[in-house]
Design a protein around this ligand. Sequence first.
Ligand SMILES: Nc1ccn([C@@H]2O[C@H](COP(=O)(O)OP(=O)(O)OP(=O)(O)O)[C@@H](O)[C@H]2O)c(=O)n1
Ligand SMILES: C[C@](O)(CO)[C@H](O)COP(=O)(O)O
Length: 381
Amino acid sequence: MQTTALIVAAGRGTRAGGDKPKQYQPLAGRAVLARTVMAFAAHPRVSQVVVVLHPEDDALFREAMAGLEIPLTTVKGGKTRDASVQAGLAAVSEGQQAVLIHDGARPLVGAALIDRVLDALSEHPGAAPALPVTDALWKGENGKVAAPHPRAGLLRAQTPQGFHLRAIRRAHAEHTGGAADDVEVALAAGLDVAIVEGDEDNLKITHPGDFARATRILQERKMDIRIGNGFDVHAFCEGDGVILCGVTVPHDKALKGHSDADVGMHAVTDAIYGALAEGDIGQHFPPSDPEWKGAASDIFLKHAVELAGRRGYRIANADLTLICEHPRIGPHASRMRAEMSRLMGVAQDRMSVKATTSERLGFTGREEGIAALATVTLVQE
Ligand SMILES: Nc1ccn([C@@H]2O[C@H](COP(=O)(O)OP(=O)(O)OP(=O)(O)O)[C@@H](O)[C@H]2O)c(=O)n1
Ligand SMILES: C[C@](O)(CO)[C@H](O)COP(=O)(O)O
């Protein structure tokens, strides 16, 4: 089912206080809304992300998302949550079949919860997470308990609330008056909404104290460290230079390849894909596709780096070894390192480019081509 994540973030966050709306305030070093968007952009079953913004928040949103390179659609919201949802529904792309409507203010939503909602949508037109009420309930009046209130059957509603797109669009179009959430709109239209198990960590940042609680939850989550390796070989052909790590190196031969044959950049790119378990360059940029003929390899590297960023990973370090007798790499290594650091957005002391010969053994020893071996570490915090 082609699914859009529709994230509503056009509210003012008045209850949370602070010098800017809560969705732009930092949570363990990253804006609340950036964390929410990343959770959906990284989910393999979500193919579009729509974010609904307040008309005055463009600059705040740009600042929050800086460096993340996540493809998304933004749209202006309305005065109420349901008006914002309607604006978002209108921006969902053709061909999408389901929508997950989520509060921008719930940054700790997890992949398993998203899966539970999506799984339930295969059998129901609507599905939403909820948790049981565990405290006793009272009705209060003038600071005093007026009466106990039965809690049997009561649930605390969360988001994402998922729906078949056509059904929820129709429900919203027919709905008059406000609604606390989209399940309320769906029920008014007679849709059946399945309940799936919510998650205590999926809190909605509402009051100032919620930032500290969310920070604690994030700190308890384990750091995810991934390591990937990449190996590539290109044969020499006639020519007068090779491109290695984006740097042109004069030589009495060139390297043969469908793209620019930058064997070093390819190895690092494959190491990033490997760490993400995302196949290799050939899978993302098939050599059978004429579009990549002679292409500069920075396209591949940037794609892999962006994919890592969308999944919430940063590159902790990369180590590349080029294996050849000639050309000599040493005189060019610092320029290669600088170029790779620039393209990957990492400091130069986290990017190593070194070289070795194979003692005249094997195909590199016979100067038939160049081999490259790379290791990359990705960290998700
Ligand atoms: N006109 C509105 C109002 C709310 N929301 C979004 O709906 C979600 C849930 O709303 P809530 O937590 O109540 O946020 P605010 O309305 O911003 O908070 P407050 O009531 O404290 O001002 C939030 O992600 C909020 O940005 C929205 O997109 N458009
Ligand atoms: C949509 C919601 O987050 C579900 O719990 C909730 O209804 C939003 O409520 P609020 O009154 O806008 O805080």
